[in-house]
Every structure is written in C-alpha cells, then in structure tokens.
Design a protein around this ligand. Structure first.
Ligand code: SIN
Length: 497
C-alpha cells in the first residue's frame, strides 16, 4: 500500500464498502438526511450514509418478524452451513475487513486483523453449536406424566453495538442469535457502521435468507432507535454492549414489554501481580491487556496492583515496553498503536492522568497529547505509586493510561479490587496455585484470567456481574441467551409396561 493509501485504503473487493442500510435483503441508500463517518486519525470524511427515520426501524422490525416465521423452522444443519460460509468469507476477506476497522475506528492494523479473526471465530463456533440445542427429560412427581423441555428461538433480537469492536461485537451476538433460529435488527454505532454493512454484504453471499439480518443506520436518532427496539412488542430480546448508563436506560425501556436482555457494560478491571509472579510473563501480559485497542476495550486492565516489593522493577519493565510503541495512523502496518476514537476519549485519559499526578503519583512515562499527529492521538502514560483515592481507581479510563498501585497483603488487594461497582474482568499473576485459586474465588467479576492478559475467545463465557451487566456471550452458554425453554408435560399416560 502506498503512503497516500494510509489515508484512503484500497480494497480487493470494493463492494465491501457499502453506502446504505440493509433491510429485507435490499440496500437502502437514500433518506431525507445523511450523516458522515470520519476517520478518527485525520478527521477526513470516509462515508456519507443515510440518517434513517424511525419508520425504517419499524420496517426492519416488521421484516425481521415476518422472516422469523420461516427462519425458525430452517434445519439447524442448514443454518450451520450458512454460518460456516460466513466464517470462510470473513477469513477470505480478512485484509479488507481489517482495513475497514482500522479506517473507521483508528485501531492499529495488527489489532484490526486480530479483531476480524476473533469476529469470524463466532461464526465458526456457532456453526458448530447450531445443531446442538439440547433439551432435557424430567421425571415429574405424577407417575402417569412425562415431561420434556425443548429450547426454542426467542424471536426477533435487537442488537445494539459499540464502536470499539465494530465487527466482533456484532458477530458475537448475531452468530448466536442466528444459530438459535432468531432474526436480527442491528444498530451499529454511528462512528463505525461500515464494518456492520460489510458483514451484511457477506451475509448475502453466505446464503442467509433475506430479512434475517438487517442493519439500520442513524447518528442523531440513536436514542429513538433504541427506544423503538426496546418498546416494540415484536422484538423479543435486546442485546447491548456499551456503557452502564445506556444499559440502564435500555433496561428501563424494555420493561414495558418485559424483554429478555443481555447487557455487556462497563468494566474497571484490576490486574494483580503478586511477588512470586513470573516477572517476564506479568509484564508482557499486562502490556497486552492494557494496550489492546489502545486501552479501548471493556476488559483492558484499568488498575494494576503490584506487590510493594516489586512495584519499582515492574513499573520500569512496563515503561521499557511502552517506549517501544510506535503510535500513528492505524492503517500503516509499521504503527503498533493507532488513535483514540474522539476528543472526549482523549480528554478522559488526560483528566485521569492529571488527577493521579496531582495526588502524588510518580510519572514513569510522561506520554500525553500528540497534536503533531492529530487531535485524537495520545501517547501512552505509565504512572506508579498511584494513590488509592485517584479517580482512575474508580472510573474506567478506556485509554492508554497505565496506573500502578502498591499493595502488601492478599486481603488488602482483594479489597481494593472489589471496591468497584463494576465486575467484568480481573487478572491475577502468581506462580502459587493456592494464591491464584483463593483470589479468583474472592474476586467479584464475571471473568478471572490467571497468568495471561488476553483471554477473550469464542469458547469462553464472556460477561460480567454487578454493574457490568448480565448474560453470557460465546461458549456453550451463549446460544441459551437467544432461546426460551418450553416445557411439554404429557399427562394421563397408561402405566409403564
Ligand atoms: C469489549 O470491549 O466489550 C469486548 C472485549 C472482548 O471481547 O475481548
């Protein structure tokens, strides 16, 4: 790719770059108004898309509702084949899909390639799960009765997605829903809708029937779209990844129709390094966790608690790795890290840094704003001996700030870790299995990762506790969230022979 193309990438299949919403197997490219999608690396407009009226969400819901009547009865093996086709298509188009992600989100190509693999893996996983929706047989109290349960698809699912994983947060939800026999209406974030539209284009090629996978678009009407999805009696489930504040609004709005919900919300992940940890491993994995997507994932460690006997060495080792980072346009493969999504994200990192420093944190890597690269670029910061009352101990930074806190005892550090309303991911580093197990049991979080900073995988149940939400995505449990259990009780049978 030439240097200019780091501003406007060249795609092998230019058709992946779509210009409209996708409803009932048709591309909807016109609307009374339009909104612009910009590249966060240089603020250039990369697409102009229809700002759809709310009536279009209603139409998409109606289409998904009608399609469900037949799609729910397709053979699970057939759905598995379509899902597998989709996996293959994503892998065939991995470079193009990654460029789209890097272009609209600003993340580095290496992260974007990783995201496409991760996103596609959900199609592969759910291709395998589709034929495996098992029920149970039950021995009821009354001996003349027999009881069986069956899992049935819940119905139309409203999928509301964030910008930090423009592809993977859609596939993690949609692949499970489709495997179960549900139909979907997807509202991607308006800063990163192009990946969602590219997926819709591939869904058509994969063979999915029209009306099963719909993508609606809006920037200014996002809250109204959410309200419509939540209040429509035809939508039976809402699944959302995003902030806790928005999750609470969607939950309230869904109360009117008592919808099934999965909410994957904010985190504030602690990463604990005990004195007996393997230092090389802890440093490498803490870097991988903290700086994935430049700190913009819900599971990035936000607070690093390091035993007082090793904190200075650990901080220096982290700093040495951070100094090797090359920050720049994500599309340029020589850059290890891209930019943040917008000015609000930059301001939050800067606020957390200044707050911690003003309370006495030691600056190990200064980092900070990079105006010469653009307003959304921010060089990673490393702070150590951060006071426990710093704002970053309580709030998720969602950016490249690595705050290292000191602790002395296991009880003390578990107390710090659990002192949060959030409970998504936690990390523990120790070579002592007793320590790992004891701490893992005590941590109030949906996922604990021991001696590794990267645990996300289609095979694991992903989800939180406390105000990080509920529901599990991926794994053998993920499909359950898109089904309801029906009980069949057969009574008054003749005595057994
Ligand atoms: C997220 O940031 O919400 C998802 C992160 C992951 O799947 O690893």
């Amino acid at each position: 790719m030439s240097a200019e193309n780091f501003s406007r990438p060249v795609f092998k299949d230019a058709e992946l770059l779509r210009k409209g919403a996708y409803i009932d197997g048709q591309w909807v490219e016109t609307a009374p108004e339009y909104f612009e999608v910009t590249n966060p690396a240089n603020s250039e407009v990369i697409a102009t898309l229809p700002e759809q009226p709310v009536s279009e969400v209603e139409r998409a819901i109606d289409v998904a509702f009608d399609s469900f009547k037949t799609f729910k009865n397709t053979a699970p093996r057939e759905r598995a084949r379509w899902l597998r086709n989709m996996y293959n298509l994503m892998i065939e188009n991995i470079d193009d899909l990654a460029k789209l992600i890097a272009w609209e989100n600003g993340k580095a190509m290496s992260d974007a390639i990783g995201e496409v693999r991760y996103a596609a893996s959900y199609y592969e996983w759910y291709a395998e799960e589709a034929p495996r929706m098992y029920g149970t047989t039950i021995q009821p109290g009354n001996p003349t009765n027999r009881v069986i349960t069956m899992r049935q698809p819940v119905g139309v699912c409203g999928i509301i997605c964030p910008w930090n994983f423009p592809s993977a947060m859609i596939t993690r939800k949609a692949a499970a829903a489709l495997a179960a026999g549900c139909t979907v209406v997807i509202k991607p974030d308006s800063s990163t809708p192009l990946s969602a539209l590219a997926l819709a284009y591939l869904m058509e090629k994969a063979g999915f029937p029209k009306g099963v996978f719909n993508v609606v678009l809006s920037h200014t009407r996002t809250p109204e779209f959410g309200l419509r999805l939540c209040e429509s009696p035809k939508v039976k489930k809402i699944t959302f990844t995003g902030s806790t504040a928005v999750g609470k609004i969607l939950m309230k709005q869904s109360a009117s129709t008592l919808k099934k919900l999965s909410l994957e919300l904010g985190g504030n992940a602690p990463l604990i390094v005990f004195a007996d940890a393997d230092m090389d491993q802890a440093v490498e994995q803490a870097i991988a966790s903290k700086f994935r997507g430049l700190g913009q994932t819900c599971v990035c460690c936000n607070r690093l608690y390091v035993h007082s006997s090793i904190i200075d060495e650990f901080a220096e080792r982290i700093a040495a790795e951070v100094r090797k980072f090359v920050v720049g346009n994500g599309l340029d493969p020589k850059n290890t890290h891209g930019c943040l999504i917008n000015g609000k994200a930059v301001a939050k990192v800067e606020h957390h840094k200044q707050d911690a420093v003003s309370r006495g944190a030691k600056v190990v890597v200064e980092g900070g704003l990079l105006p010469e690269l653009g307003p959304n670029f921010y060089a990673p910061v490393v702070l150590s001996h951060v006071p426990h009352d710093a704002v970053v101990a309580k709030e998720e930074t969602f950016g490249p700030l690595c705050p290292i806190f000191s602790f002395d005892t296991i009880e003390e550090v578990v107390g710090y870790a659990n002192d949060s309303e959030f409970g998504l991911a936690s990390y523990v580093f120790s070579k002592n299995i007793d320590t790992v197990y004891t701490v893992a049991e005590a941590l109030e979080s949906g996922m604990v990762s021991a001696n590794t900073g990267l645990f996300s995988d289609c095979s694991i149940p992903f989800g939180g506790v406390k105000e990080s939400g509920f529901g599990r995505e991926g794994s053998l449990y993920g499909i359950e969230d898109y089904t309801v259990i029906k009980t069949l009780n057969i009574g008054s049978l003749p005595p057994r022979i």
